[in-house]
Ligand binder design. Structure first.
Ligand code: PLP
Length: 397
């Protein structure tokens, strides 16, 4: 009666969520202030005042009996219009409301687009390290995930390896920049090169290859780094966006999927997105928050705290002997494990109440992810523990 594969998914939570649950239990035992939980990407920076203001104003509009009602299946028209106009202002694009489909966050955007493009035997390429849920979303849509290792010194795309990953079954490539978990941004040259490779492969295999730009961290960049807007480089690009990180609204489940007019069979693809949303039960994203983001387009939480946290943590950890590719965006450090067995390293870190995530589910071994979307005080308090952990390894050499 019960689907075995769903039981397996439900029984084995994501490693991140398992550690997050452990953290709550451990916090109840020794006090949460003594647990240094760096497991989950839950922004600790509050949503901007404008979000709270918008919610208050919306709730006070007593005449609006449909505030909590269904919107159009693809999302409120005015909201989609406001988002399109904001994107056009920022990126010089020409989007309109009918390019957008409002979703319950980037997770739903990804799942919907994968469902919308799926045909038997599809392969979906992505780059390591990758957000672990990609595997769940891709496999659940019936396709096969094909991970391509990036250059381990930079986590940038290794184009020779990418070349070997294509086949006639390649339907899409998922790209996530700024990246979870490495914090790396793919620069313009890499996106140009990727676009050229994809165009060439489309010619060889005689069908469109979709580039899925998963961008929940688009605004979380430091030191003036640019994140190329990928639809401008490759016409068959769709964008999966979420307000979870930029407006600190992860629990409100609000984001969108963008299908530009330039895409091959754009109208049919948009119809397929509507169909996939319907088939998956994802019609009508949370309506209160559709109205909130309409009023707050272009705004972001106070991201300066993440930069402060990154600088503090990166400099301290590298001084203690940890090694890590410098992250230009998102709010994660992807640090080399100090022993080959990453799980053993995480267990040893636990002795110091440090909760970090082993890298295996991100598609590569030998690293741990440290989410620094925590209070600066937590980082300051955790630094002696990180130092002792590194010293324990040094002493054992
Ligand atoms: N994609 C990446 C790379 C993520 O890191 C996340 C969440 O952390 C998601 C997608 C899912 O985003 P959301 O929670 O907005 O659905």
């Amino acid at each position: 009666m019960i689907a075995e594969d769903m039981v397996a998914l439900g029984m084995h939570k994501s490693v991140i969520r398992e550690i997050f649950e452990y953290s709550k239990k451990r916090g109840a035992q020794i006090g949460p202030e003594h647990v240094f939980d760096f497991s989950i990407g839950n922004p600790n920076v509050p949503a901007p005042q404008s979000v709270h203001q918008a919610i208050r104003e919306l709730l006070e509009r007593e005449d609006d009996i449909y505030l909590h009602g269904y919107t159009s299946a693809q999302g409120d028209m005015e909201t989609r219009k406001a988002i399109a106009e904001n994107l056009n202002e920022r990126f010089g694009t020409h989007f309109h409301q009918d390019n957008l489909y409002m979703t319950c966050g980037a997770a739903a955007s990804l799942r919907i687009i994968l469902e919308a493009i799926h045909e038997e035997g599809d392969e979906i390429i992505t780059f390591t390290p990758f957000f672990p849920e990609y595997r769940v979303f891709v496999e659940n849509s019936g396709a096969k995930l094909v991970p391509v290792h990036t250059n381990p010194d930079t986590f940038q795309i290794d184009f020779d390896k990418l070349e070997c990953a294509f086949s006639e079954h390649t339907k899409a490539v998922i790209v996530n920049s700024p990246n979870n978990p490495s914090g790396v941004i793919f620069p313009e040259e890499a996106i140009q090169k990727l676009a050229a490779v994809l165009e060439e492969k489309e010619k060889i295999y005689g069908h469109a290859i979709c580039l899925i730009a998963d961008e929940p961290y688009r605004e979380l960049v430091y030191d003036g780094r640019e994140v190329p807007y990928i639809t401008k480089y490759y016409k068959n690009t769709v964008v999966c966006y979420s307000y979870s990180k930029s407006l600190s609204l992860p629990g409100e489940r609000i984001g969108y999927l963008l299908i530009p007019d330039e895409m091959e069979q754009a109208k049919e693809l948009y119809a397929a997105v509507c169909g996939a949303g319907r088939a998956l039960g994802f019609v009508c994203a949370p309506s209160l928050f559709q109205h909130v983001v309409r009023r707050c387009t272009g705004q972001v939480s106070d991201l300066s705290i993440y930069k402060k946290n990154r600088d503090l943590l990166y400099h301290a950890l590298t001084e203690y002997g940890y090694s890590c590719v410098y992250p230009d965006g998102a709010f994660y450090l992807f640090v080399k494990s100090m022993e080959a067995d990453t799980d053993a390293f995480c267990e040893r870190a636990k002795k110091y109440e440090l909760l970090v995530v082993p890298s295996e589910s991100f598609g590569c071994s030998g690293y741990v992810r440290i989410a620094y979307c925590v209070s600066t005080a937590q980082i300051e308090n955790a630094l002696p523990a990180f130092k002792k952990l590194a010293e324990e390894y040094k002493a054992a050499k």
